[in-house]
Design a protein around this ligand. Structure first.
Ligand SMILES: [Zn+2]
Length: 322
């Protein structure tokens, strides 16, 4: 079994930073495939924190976030330990896909098994490496194919410790979503390791807004949990972090044609508001899309070509106090 990156925190390592590669699986050539990792071993005692990125192989926005965090922390002035995996799902990343080469979703396979499927073994290695000994974690994602998500936090808001992490992160939008069975956040949280998911932007890109919001949120958490003594967050404190949304739902296309949105992620909407339309290939408006309830646009479809049933807008609604 792979040794936890937290458990090798001997006194010798205190106050140091470490980068490295660890064997995670083997290629078709029979050669080792490795994942990169960062560890900050704080000089002082404090929590064990973990940040994972690229659990889905094409959701890249989290990668530069881990670099920025790693490069700006002084381990001599750090309390606790921080492990980061900038590219967790190397086999999927290698083929520029959300999914593993056997078409499974790594984020359905946690905590994994040492003798399971290829994805289950990878999940289990990651689990032993940096999840099981963590006190809390943040998992970095982006919207799936042809969608864009407003930077937001997801987690099981029924649990106080998860709500607390969401609150101190300071995201503009927080939604209750415990995650599907086998997802990292759900399985870790179930085992008393509170996890939140930061979801921002789109696949296959490094985007500025997700980076800025994510960086500020992580700094807010490190500062609030006293892992760092200085505040490095650049986002203004005017954001209302007093509520979360209990539910989210999709508004879907009723006709095929060309989708023309009139609102964007982050916008507040009221029941009956005009959100956009679907145009025929002759340029006529076929269907006006109206809001069926009040809430906030969380994400939307980026591709103009749509068919009936295609998800157009992801809307969060039903506010509750955080
Ligand atoms: Zn994802």
């Amino acid at each position: 079994m792979v040794e936890s990156l937290f458990s090798i925190n001997s006194n010798k390592l205190r106050g140091t930073k470490k980068t490295g590669w660890l064997d995670i699986t083997e290629s078709y050539f029979g050669l080792e495939k490795k994942i990169p990792y960062f560890v900050i071993y704080g000089k002082e005692d404090g929590p064990n924190a973990v940040i994972t990125a690229v659990i889905h192989g094409d959701e890249l926005n989290g990668i530069p976030l881990t670099y920025k965090i790693f490069n700006s922390i002084n381990p001599q002035k750090f309390y606790g330990n921080l492990v980061m995996l900038p590219v967790s799902n190397i086999p999927a990343f290698n083929v520029q896909s959300r999914y593993l080469p056997d078409r499974r979703d790594l984020n359905r396979l946690f905590p994994g098994k040492p003798d399971g499927s290829e994805g289950s073994r990878i999940a289990n290695t990651i689990w032993n490496l940096c999840i099981k000994d963590a006190d809390f974690g943040i998992d970095l994602h982006s919207a799936s194919y042809n969608r864009w998500n407003f930077p937001h936090i997801r987690g099981n808001m029924r649990l106080e410790r998860v709500r607390y992490l969401a609150k101190i992160f300071g995201a503009e939008i927080v939604i209750h979503s415990q995650g599907v069975l086998g997802s990292l956040r759900r399985e870790a949280t179930k085992r008393n390791i509170p996890f939140i998911l930061f979801e921002a932007g789109q696949i296959n890109r490094f985007e500025e807004e997700p980076l800025e919001v994510g960086l500020s949120g992580i700094w807010n958490i490190l500062y609030s949990l006293k892992m760092v003594k200085y505040q490095n967050s650049k986002i203004s404190k005017t954001i209302d972090t007093s509520i979360y949304y209990k539910k989210s739902s999709w508004i879907r296309a009723t006709h095929g044609g060309l989708f023309v949105p009139a609102v964007k992620p982050g916008d507040f909407i009221k029941e009956g508001d005009y959100l956009g339309h679907i145009m025929s290939l002759l340029g006529e408006v076929k269907d006006k899309i109206k809001a069926e309830l009040s809430g906030r646009i969380l994400g939307f479809n980026l591709h103009p070509q749509v068919v009936p049933g295609r998800a157009l807008f992801h809307v969060c609604h039903d506010e509750k106090s955080l």
